[in-house]
Design a protein around this ligand. Structure first.
Ligand SMILES: [Zn+2]
Length: 299
């Protein structure tokens, strides 16, 4: 059977709404084969971000944190969030971008742009930043670490949440946070650790944001972590267009598919979906503030 690359149908709406605290709705750059995966996949259907937000609203996904990964997408995120009530922004240079920029002598200028964007209204997080030892080897590690530490500083200076990308780098990420001091609200985006690491996060008050990966068949470690994580530290995300939850793997992901992951988590925890949604919504607003608390600037 050929792979279906079309967007899946809308799920049944949630009774109690939630927020997708990590997604990428920015238009993909023209295909350059850069480290930024957005737009990957030949026949991938594209939906405008407003259509995405409308679909999300219609199933109880009340808003999103739109996440940048380079200068361009971070500017886009900050600008759209300033006028779209259903969107807050996170800004950063992705750990896979940092070594390339550093080699070109452009990392400091890029970090200066992120520092400026972090002062804008409705930019409520710095991310995604962190370490990726899966896609970047030893050679890029120093640049990643320097970039990560600079992002932690920007988050602390502006009182913003930190969204961490941690791929195959649990120990170094934790060691760095403890060494330089983590921001007050620190989120492991697309949490990828096991139950033992969830205990470390819990001890430090770090949030664990679960993505569609928790539904994957071989992800026992994530389900262990979900059981260990205190409910007050749980968040949920799509990381769209990646990481589409089971049973829709292979098709594009979108914020309106968040209910699949939320329902899976509730079933696994043996709790009511609406109770879990209410808890996660309250957690999300503690981390990022509310979506509609500031005036939306007219254009
Ligand atoms: Zn992401």
């Amino acid at each position: 059977m050929p792979t279906d690359h079309s967007y899946p149908p809308l799920p049944e709406p949630l009774v109690v709404g939630v927020y997708d605290n990590h997604t990428h709705l920015d238009p993909p750059p023209p295909s350059t084969g850069s480290g930024n995966e957005v737009g990957e996949g030949p026949e991938r259907e594209q939906l405008d971000y407003l259509e995405q937000l409308d679909r999300a609203s219609s199933v109880g996904v009340r808003g999103v944190v739109q996440v940048g990964g380079d200068v361009e997408s971070s500017i886009w995120s900050a600008e759209q969030a300033a006028r779209e009530p259903r969107m807050l922004a996170a800004v950063a240079i992705h750990p896979n971008e940092a070594p390339r920029l550093d080699a070109a002598g452009e990392l400091d200028d890029a970090l200066a742009v992120i520092a400026e964007l972090a002062t804008r209204p409705r930019v409520r997080a710095v991310g995604e930043t962190g370490l990726d030892l899966f896609r970047t080897g030893e050679d890029g590690r120093a640049a990643q670490l320097r970039s990560f530490e600079a992002h932690i500083e920007i988050a602390k200076e502006n009182g913003l949440a930190l969204q961490i990308h941690d791929r195959d780098a649990h120990d170094v990420v934790i060691e760095t946070l403890l060494r330089v001091g983590a921001p007050e609200r620190t989120v492991f985006h697309c949490y990828s650790g096991d139950g033992a690491m969830a205990r470390i996060c819990a001890d430090n008050g770090w949030y664990m944001s679960f993505a569609g990966t928790v539904t994957f068949k071989n992800a026992e470690n994530l389900r262990d972590a979900l059981e260990v994580a205190p409910r007050r530290l749980l968040l949920v995300e799509t990381d769209a267009p990646y990481l589409t939850p089971t049973p829709l793997r292979g098709r594009p992901n979108a914020p309106y598919l968040l209910p699949y992951t939320l329902r899976f988590m509730a079933a696994h925890l043996g709790t009511d979906v609406s109770m879990l949604a209410a808890q996660i919504t309250s957690n999300t607003e503690l981390v990022y503030g509310t979506w509609d608390s500031e005036p939306v600037t007219a254009e």
